[in-house]
Ligand binder design. Structure first.
Ligand SMILES: O=C(CO)COP(=O)(O)O
Length: 253
């Protein structure tokens, strides 16, 4: 049995004080249920705040990005040990906004993923196709390339904590989620590639999430699919009530 994940990617939203108010409200709604890994991924400045407030509550704190380097002259970057020092457990690697807006390429993503797995940060590798690729019937080819390029040179032992998030670009922030059937088809395909490359033990173990316009009222339709192990949520993770409702949606699936 794979433990489901509900991860809230706040992106560049919520100031320190807004984050504080959100987390206080979230905690007033209840603790994180044990049956769901509930992770909040705030901006870097809010990580210490969340790490402190969420200690002992069952919620985990993640980061949205990390450097592939250890330390040194890399202005504006954040390293794995800075994150670990604050208790960060998960880090998003290769989000489509980093790929498209900041031109992160497969080779940089591969280096970041390698750094994460070698240093004990659990990676949430994001993959997803554009609308053009989907309409051209090339969605699976696109995703396969992204998964394979990110995992180059890593073996089964390195990938025990890998999480993959399938986030089609056209579904992100658009209010137009993928159909649960299409999302399941893509998640199953990813699992089959992992099985082919690394064996069925790993394929059965890794969590594959869907992301893109997930809301409290559609989470159940994704969670009922066999190969969808949770969701990576943007907009709906910013409000405490919605985030808690999403967790309940995963818990009740
Ligand atoms: O990009 C996403 C999460 O990483 C999805 O964002 P939305 O839930 O706002 O569509």
């Amino acid at each position: 049995m794979r433990k489901p994940i509900l991860a809230g990617n706040w992106k560049m939203n919520l100031t320190y004080h807004q984050a504080e108010a959100m987390v206080e409200e979230l905690l007033s709604l209840g603790k994180a249920p044990e049956s769901v890994e509930s992770i909040l991924l705030p901006n870097f400045l809010c990580i210490p705040l969340l790490a402190d407030k969420l200690k002992g509550t069952g919620y985990q704190v993640g980061a949205q990005n990390m450097s592939s380097e250890d330390q040194g002259a890399f202005t504006g970057e954040i390293s794995w040990d800075m994150l670990k020092d604050l208790g960060v457990s998960y880090c998003i690697i290769g989000h489509s906004e980093r790929r498209t807006l900041y031109l992160e390429n497969n080779s940089q993503i591969e280096k970041k993923l390698r750094k994460a797995v070698k240093t004990g940060i659990k990676p949430i590798l994001c993959v997803g196709e554009s609308l053009e690729k989907r309409q051209a019937g090339e969605a699976k080819k696109r995703i396969e390339g992204q998964v394979h390029r990110a995992l180059v040179g890593l073996d089964r032992e390195d990938l025990q904590d890998l999480v993959i998030a399938y986030e089609p670009l056209w579904a992100i922030g658009s209010g137009q989620a993928a159909s649960p059937e299409d999302a399941e088809d893509m998640c199953l395909t990813i699992r089959q590639w992992i099985e082919k490359g690394y064996g069925s033990d790993l394929a059965e173990k890794i969590r594959i999430l869907y992301g893109g316009s997930v809301k409290p009222d559609n989470i159940a339709s994704f969670m009922e699919k066999e190969n969808i192990d949770g969701a990576l949520v943007g907009g709906a993770s910013l409000k405490a009530k919605d985030f808690y409702a999403l967790i309940e949606g995963v818990q009740n699936a």
